[in-house]
Design a protein. Structure first.
Length: 243
């Protein structure tokens, strides 16, 4: 399997939101909320963006606190042993100079205590004039719109809902990552078995490469893989087991 980043339809939607917010949002409302089901490519997309823009990545954890986030920012910005006002002043100055976007993954963990952690990051981002990207599961998205969190919701200028891959996405994915050629019929079977989840599509790519090697082929057509399990949806198996 080749190692490269595939610019899917979700990537395009995300980058369109980035462009719109950076070019048109108020300085105090440069938040983007990214939501999607597991395997939709959220983390891969924001990681790619973060690497290109040298973003500061914050992993949301149960019980996350402002002190933890402040220490993390200081570490990422290379700030020495400062405390209190001096530490915060150094963080603000470094962010204003470097203008690094901030990504908070598993952002729902930042909603505790009236979303103090997110409000802190939002203020840092506002002062520096940079994006604050919040990433969460679809089931958590509604929590960011709660009335008691209006101080957060009103700072989010774009919401990007990551969708399962469509057939065009699957064909592009196979073309760019699979070491063997796969026709549209193969892509259709990958789509059906993976239900458009990129994690499962990666497993399908490995299966296709193995099958092609065993067959001595450099290209596969639908008839070659008909009836074969290309990837296994463990979640579907778990749900069946619960009945």
């Amino acid at each position: 399997m080749k190692l490269s980043y595939v610019q899917t339809s979700n990537h395009d939607a995300f980058m369109a939101a980035v462009k719109a917010v950076e070019n048109g949002a108020a300085r105090e409302a440069m938040g983007i909320l990214v939501a999607g089901e597991p395997g939709a490519g959220k983390t891969r997309t924001v990681d790619h963006f973060g690497a290109e823009r040298n973003a500061i990545y914050v992993e949301g954890l149960p019980g996350i606190t402002m002190n933890y986030v402040r220490d993390l920012l200081a570490y990422e910005l290379g700030i020495g042993d400062l405390k209190g006002f001096a530490l915060q002043k150094a963080i603000n100055e470094a962010m204003a100079q470097r203008r690094q976007p901030i990504i908070l993954d598993e952002a729902q963990h930042g909603l505790l205590d009236k979303a103090n952690v997110i409000e802190y990051l939002r203020r840092i981002a506002e002062q520096a004039g940079v994006l604050l990207i919040l990433v969460c599961h679809t089931s958590e998205k509604h929590r960011f719109a709660e009335h008691r969190l209006a101080h957060i919701a009103t700072r989010i200028s774009a919401v990007v809902d990551f969708k399962p891959a469509n057939l065009d996405d699957v064909q592009l994915y196979l073309r760019q990552l699979c070491e063997v050629e796969a026709d549209k019929g193969v892509a259709q079977q990958v789509l059906e078995q993976s239900r458009g989840r990129y994690r499962l599509m990666a497993s399908a790519v490995s299966t296709l490469e193995t099958m092609a090697g065993q067959m001595g082929k450099q290209a596969l057509i639908a008839a070659d893989v008909k009836g074969y399990l290309l990837c296994e949806d463990a979640m579907r198996s778990l749900r069946k087991g619960a009945k």
